[in-house]
Design a protein around this ligand. Sequence first.
Ligand code: WT7
Length: 645
Amino acid sequence: MSYPYQIKSIEQYHEDYKKSIEDPEGFWSKIAENFQWRKKWDTVLNWNFTEPKVEWFAGAKLNITENCIDRHLPSMANKPAIIWEPNNPEERTRTVTYARLHKRVCQFAQVLKNNGVKKGDRVCIYMGMVPELAYAVLGCARIGAIHSVIFGGFSAQSIADRLDDASVEYIITCDGAFRGGKDIPLKSIIDDALIGNKTVKRVIVYTRTRIPVSMIKGRDVWWEDEMLHAEDQLEHNGVIDFPAEIMDAEDPLFISYTSGRTGKPKGVVHSSAGYMLWTNYTFVNVFQYKPGDVFFCTADIGWITGHSYIVYGPLSAGGTSLMFEGIPTWPDAGRFWDIIDKYKVNILYTAPTAIRSLMSYGLDPLKGKDLSSLRVLGTVGEPINEEAWHWYDEHIGKKKCPIVDTWWQTETGGILISNLAGITPAKPGWATLPMPGVQPVLVDEQGAPSISPEGEALTKGNLCISLPWPGMLRTTWGDHERCRTNYFATYENLYFTGDGALKNEEGFYRITGRVDDVLNVSGHRIGTAEVENAINMHAGVVESAVVGYPHDVKGQGIYAYVIMSQKHGDDEQSKKDILQTVTRVIGAIAKPDKIQFVTGLPKTRSGKIMRRILRKIAEGEMQNLGDTTTLLDPGVVEEIKKGKL
Ligand code: WT7
């Protein structure tokens, strides 16, 4: 594989950037020539941000799995596509070549077909990090079914909501998943999610942990049996193939649920062709991937990072993607370094929260680990603090590896702002420059372009994007209006990211964090309204308000102020009950780190909670609470300050 569109110098970056903005259609159609199409496009780009409507390569036909697998077979059949490291380091590892991946994906596509799955159907995938998860994702894409992967940390209730939202008819799961010292009973959680469900017809279960599961007759089938049967059906003179469904460029590829300002997570929908181009282009350029490199993205495929940079980006580039089932601290905090040593990893892509957590174990876990294969390091998910950046640079990269700070979102499909490893400069804490095709704009609250104050080099504002890029979301599942109001209605003709940012005189961007009521806990997006809804479901709770506060490892922690009813105690037991409720309603990832019982919340005369005050108190800022003159009852604030945890 060669990547003629790989940027090789800073001059080329500036040239390509300029071309991409002046002539997006010319720029992206030239890059698109490097992919495999069943039919070329009629138009490159149709768009307006008012509806919004965004179409890239309309009229073109393709299947993303032919681009991720088939086209590599002639030259790379025996090259590793996926290297799998199990949770338990003593268990046998697996290397999946492109030939093997082709076979398994074809087989699984046949399994889906045998079970009634058709193009356009929604398939929910709730599995641990096993290679079969990649086969399931790609098997869906091969027959044109829309996958919706749900992270293993979400509760049955969260799954049920997502099944409902997308009228899911098929589920692929595992009996259980190994994560560190824990076995997570995935199938049993699915069974709970299915109580009362009316749409799901079939559940395909892959055996991983061998914990007992209840298999319901007529609904549940075993992955292994289905695969054997499919193999028999497909085998022709020793060759297995399943013809890929021919998809329109704009056909939805998958849905990924993510939290926003309102209570209910929304299903972000990504396209086939544009998403493919974007993940491939950003993968090749940001990480400066070279054929043969071993790329290790530590995310879970339940999140978009795993979709884009474990599956679609690396595989579309004919790369080798390392997939890890476990967690960074088990059996000990040296696990990542063992893996890098064992597989001679060249590129490591992880989250600031993981770096901070590993930092806290000191340097012992690094002793005797050979990290010399590393060439590039990356981070994603939240702003990286300088201390973590320097630790990563010194102790992992040994000051020889460029660090790419990649800013993007579930909605953007892939990286939008980042330095390019070794090509454009890095600056600790700064995501730096936009990718070609990305036109960031900073605006003030009213939507006017931000201007830097006289004599100051920095501009500050809300981060928007003014041009469509191929990988952007197309809609939110089942509710296009929601997509419009969430992202395109705040500022006219702009996509609003929800993040605040700074821009310096070099044109570098520094992301300062969310400006809406969305938290970023360990790189996971959680809406405050969502957590409040969950807390309020607990019987004793009258009202609650949730804010974020700085947390050493997680980046942000969740701070909940809760009013209990008179007959319920505000004791430790109630706190535990509330935590249990949140775990049930959303999942353990949304559990508040601190719960403070209060008798009232600071409100304006019109009844609006003054979150700014609550945020300041949670941050430990007791003095400058800002304007409190509109407060209905200033006494409440004093009480809250006294009770701060
Ligand atoms: C939010 C998106 C994109 C995959 C992981 C998270 C924050 C993400 C960075 C970064 C500063 C970052 C933003 C963004 N974020 N990357 N490099 N520097 N902040 O995806 O759950 O959709 O969250 O994560 O606040 O809006 P997500």
